[in-house]
Design a protein around this ligand. Structure first.
Ligand SMILES: Cc1cc2nc3c(=O)[nH]c(=O)nc-3n(C[C@H](O)[C@H](O)[C@H](O)COP(=O)(O)OP(=O)(O)OC[C@H]3O[C@@H](n4cnc5c(N)ncnc54)[C@H](O)[C@@H]3O)c2cc1C
Length: 445
């Protein structure tokens, strides 16, 4: 029987060649071929899909732009991929309420641009912001460089529209920063990676657009010198809007194979620091910063103009893509540790002899630990190395993922290493919200 026959308000893709790209995202994980890919154009399609999935026992895998790095949107056995890129809806900005409503299909770059057109700012900025969809960022609770000052996506979502297992669209939350009538159920959907239902839209909180930026390159000879700096800065009353870094191996790759801007990057290792508060380019501010940083800031460079700032950020944002092009079999993890324990983390990594190179969001302790030779490593040994890495992060009060989520890639490790009470609670919530296990089966838990 054709489980998708006559599906209303939808485009259905079944050709095997056309299904192929939907077997993967931007992680190292490949899924099986889905039964089909459905692009819904209206609520009737989703309502009917949910009804048939419960009846026929197949799963529904939500997909945004497919830029995820945890295999969250790749198909598992007997599933239909639900590609929400054509989900309809207008974007509306309400400057009086400092908020914006957008459909899940909106690209994050368009959400940010719509806010900016009103002199407002939507801070979440995963480095994929030009290509990822708002729905994907909500479902993964995406981070990015700005999370170090502004927090993650969950801190900016006021309300969510979601279609749940009853086949109906519900709104959780209101367009106000104050809402305290019971627990915030929308927060449960943020970061849920599609296992509780489809997120179809959201009202997002905005803030006035920063207009002054001090973008600094901080090259160092001994890259370990960088590890104390986040703690020193925050402890000293400075709050950078971004604090990123490249270890020597990543910097060498960028210099040798990156665009022109990358070839000019100074130092043996490098941090990119940005401040965006009013007055951050003034002499007293920068002098105070230099005093606090001390001798480590000797080679500090300040971006002279907007073009230079943009060039620096373009290099940072293409780092993951460049490393993947150069090392297609690499595995990239995104553990997080409290910033006060960065030094212990790297000492532990050395002891474990894991052949890792690292870059990422130093300012919030979220590190992209890359195993560039993973493709040539024996799979059992690779598994051991990853488990050792996760255990190390957990032993320091950290987590398996700072921003990419669990998906399929980290599911086994998550189940093995988490507090059993946390897993029991998650199972209970999943059972209550999705008793037929139709939403993204086999992911996270
Ligand atoms: C070059 C590059 C840089 C990146 N940098 C960052 C970064 O700095 N910070 C960061 O956090 N991430 C980063 N990512 C990862 C990724 O871009 C983010 O996780 C992004 O939020 C995923 O959005 P997407 O639309 O592509 O989602 P997808 O990959 O399509 O899906 C991701 C997950 O969300 C679920 N999902 C998607 N849409 C919906 C929906 N509407 N309803 C319910 N569930 C849904 C999927 O089932 C899946 O589990 C990067 C990726 C790349 C390729």
């Amino acid at each position: 029987m054709d489980i998708l026959r006559g599906l209303p308000e939808a485009t259905v893709i079944r050709d095997l060649n056309d299904l192929e790209p939907f077997r993967r995202d931007e992680s190292h994980v490949h899924g099986v071929a889905p039964l089909a890919v459905v692009k819904p154009h209206g609520a009737a399609a989703l309502r009917e899909l949910v009804r048939r999935a419960k009846l026929e026992g197949f799963g529904l895998v939500p997909r945004g732009a497919g830029t995820g790095k945890a295999g969250g949107c790749v198909p598992t056995e007997r599933t239909v991929v639900v590609d929400l890129s054509a989900w309809p809806g207008e974007m509306t900005v309400s400057p009086q309420d400092l908020c914006l409503h957008a459909p899940a299909s909106a690209l994050l770059r368009d959400v940010k641009a719509a806010a900016e057109a009103h002199g407002l700012f939507y801070p979440p900025d995963p480095n994929s912001w030009e290509s990822c969809a708002l729905g994907g960022t909500l479902a993964t609770n995406a981070g990015g460089p700005n999370a170090c000052k502004y927090g993650m996506t969950r801190h900016w979502a006021l309300s969510l529209d979601a279609l749940l297992e009853d086949g109906e669209i519900h709104t959780f939350g209101i367009s106000s920063v104050k809402a305290n009538a019971g627990p915030a159920l929308g927060q449960l959907l943020l970061g849920s990676e599609g296992i509780f239902g489809f997120i179809l839209g959201a009202t997002l909180r905005l803030t006035p657009l920063p207009r002054e930026f001090a973008t600094l390159l901080l090259p160092v000879k001994h890259w370990e010198d960088l590890l104390e700096l986040p703690g020193r800065l925050f402890g000293g009353g400075f709050l950078p809007s971004a604090f990123e870094f490249f270890d020597p191996a990543v910097l060498a790759e960028l210099r040798a194979h990156g665009p022109e801007e990358a070839r000019r990057l100074p130092g043996e290792a490098l941090a990119i620091l940005e401040f965006d508060e009013r007055g951050c380019t003034s002499e007293p501010f920068l002098e105070g910063l230099l005093d606090l940083l001390g001798p480590v800031a000797d080679g500090l460079e300040i971006a002279a103009d907007v073009r230079q700032r943009q060039g620096i950020w373009a290099v940072r944002r293409m780092t993951s893509v460049l490393l993947k092009e150069r090392h297609p079999g690499k595995v990239s993890e995104d553990i997080v540790v409290p910033r006060s324990r960065l030094r212990e983390f790297f000492a532990g990594l050395d002891q474990l002899r894991i052949p890792a190179t690292t870059y990422g969001h130093l300012g919030d302790g979220n590190l992209h630990v890359n195993l560039l030779t993973a493709g040539e490593t024996d799979p059992a040994q690779l598994d051991r190395q990853l488990m050792d890495l996760f255990r190390l992060a957990l032993s320091l009060g950290g987590a398996l993922s700072g921003e990419h989520g669990i998906g399929l890639a980290k599911r086994e490790a998550f189940l093995a290493l988490s507090d059993p009470a946390q897993i029991r609670t998650l199972h209970a919530i999943k059972q209550a919200l999705d008793p037929h296990n139709i939403f993204n089966p086999g992911k996270v838990i």
